[in-house]
Design a protein around this ligand. Structure first.
Ligand code: HEM
Length: 427
């Protein structure tokens, strides 16, 4: 095959397939060859240019005019007419939200909706997160064994997301079943048959989100970010239009919830498989905030994000034609030795850890990054205090949902000896 510039595609570029398990198992390793030999390459299987080095990924993120985020939530596997028909039957109308909006609309909207993310506002969530963490741990702390994903890391970030957004709790149970469908619909490669089921679930997700939104709009004085968004829509309908409200109601649930659940599970897996790092944070919990950054670097929960070139340009010396789509693989950039010394070492003392690209970069950088970080920090603080001797169940295979972008294990089994719990023994 040849790339859109007419150049022959190398065998490794032709073989690149983010839907095979090796990509999810270790995306940084999977693209090591590319960082070294062909840092920007055309993937015929995906129809995207793949960008793998730190400086290139950052440069593309930085210029959101030349590299538009409009394609960020596109279906990476194009919909068949049948799938389109199903989605339409549910009134599905996913449009621009925040993450895929172009300037100048994006910045005007982001400014109007930023207040709830300010550190002093977020600090008010901390006691609730800690209380939930303790309560969930109490349920299993005497059992000596738990799947941390199913028993804690899935649910608490969901609860916190709903609380932050102001979404009534009754919505939670309905919404959680649709999360996987949304991820596969947007970033996965389901078969034609699977796509039909997924389309129905995405359609139901859309309708549920609309019903919740309509309920909230009927009482627009409620507390939470979606209520603030509704009030800004009433005041500035040109900046926060109706279509934004509707699309965001669905998109933000995935953005605020799964990203944090997955990042937490990835962090615990990383630290428990590098026991020295775990022991270091147990001995000195003040290291936890930096350990969180190092975990986001080596095992982030968003591993690749998309942009589209708005003019003929170059990335890393490779010609990129106008209209071309790019997959920026942050999980590869975060292992680039041109930026991080000994990138394969997990080092909770690493000063540059915070320079990872897991939250994106520039004008669209994640608005919720401090909510994610805060939850990860609190969970680690509670575990290193209460279960410092916890271990991974040895030999468990980690499995991941096949998709380009959302990465977190389906389960994370740990064991401990309840009698050694320091709080119980009073030590
Ligand atoms: C955008 C990752 C948690 C809300 C983004 C982007 C990434 C990302 C990669 C796109 C950045 C870009 O285009 O430059 C993550 C990760 C999280 C996380 C890894 C957890 C560890 C959250 C939470 C919330 C949130 C908890 C909300 C409560 C948003 C919003 C945007 C965004 C609103 C759009 C910002 C814009 O386009 O201006 N996030 N996110 N995220 N995220 Fe997060």
């Amino acid at each position: 095959p040849r790339d859109p510039n007419g150049c022959p595609v190398s065998a490794r570029a032709a073989a690149f397939n983010p839907f095979e398990p090796a990509y999810m198992q270790a995306p940084g390793d999977y693209l090591r060859w590319a960082r070294e030999q062909e840092p920007v390459f055309w993937s015929p299987q995906l129809g995207y240019w793949i960008v793998t080095r730190y400086e290139d990924v950052k440069a593309v993120f930085r210029d959101n005019l030349l590299f538009s985020p409009a394609v960020a939530l596109e279906k990476i596997t194009p919909a068949t007419p049948e799938v389109m028909g199903i989605l339409q039957s549910y009134g599905f109308a996913m449009n621009r939200t925040m993450v895929n909006e172009d300037e100048p609309d994006h910045m005007a909207r982001r400014r109007l909706l930023m207040d709830a993310f300010l550190p002093e506002r977020l600090a008010t969530l901390e006691p609730m997160i800690r209380a939930l963490a303790r309560e969930y741990m109490d349920r299993f702390i005497d059992k000596g064994r738990a799947d941390l994903v199913a028993e804690m890391f899935y649910e608490i970030p969901l609860n916190i997301a709903l609380k932050f957004l102001g979404v009534p709790d009754e919505g939670a149970e309905q919404l959680r079943q649709f999360a996987v469908a949304h991820t596969l619909n947007t970033w996965g490669r389901p078969t034609a048959q699977e796509q039909l089921d997924i389309a129905h679930n995405v359609g139901r997700f859309w309708q549920t989100a609309q019903n919740i939104l309509d309920g909230m709009r009927a009482q627009p004085d409620g507390e939470g970010w979606m209520y603030e968004t509704i009030r800004q829509h009433l005041k500035h309908p040109d900046v926060v239009p109706e279509s934004y409200l509707r699309s965001m109601m669905m998109a933000i649930l995935a953005a605020a919830h799964e990203t944090t659940s997955n990042a937490t599970a990835n962090a615990f897996h990383t630290l428990l498989t590098h026991r020295q790092s775990w022991d270091d944070i147990c001995a000195n919990p003040a290291l936890i905030p930096n350990a969180v950054e190092e975990c986001l670097r080596v095992a982030g929960s968003i591993i690749a994000w998309r942009r589209q070139a708005t003019a003929d340009t170059q990335v890393g010396g490779v010609a990129i034609p106008k209209g071309a789509r790019l997959l920026l693989v942050q999980a590869s950039a975060n292992f680039d030795p041109r930026h991080f010394e000994n990138p394969d070492d997990i080092d909770v003392y690493r000063e540059s850890a915070v320079e990872h690209l897991t939250f994106g970069y520039g004008a669209h950088q994640c608005m919720g990054k401090n909510i994610g970080r805060m939850q990860m920090r609190i969970f680690l603080e509670e575990f290193v205090r209460r279960l410092p001797h916890m271990r991974l169940v040895p030999g468990q295979a980690m499995s991941y949902l096949s998709n380009t972008s959302f990465r977190g294990p389906d389960a994370l089994w740990v064991v401990w000896e309840p009698a050694l719990n320091p709080e119980r023994s009073g030590s």
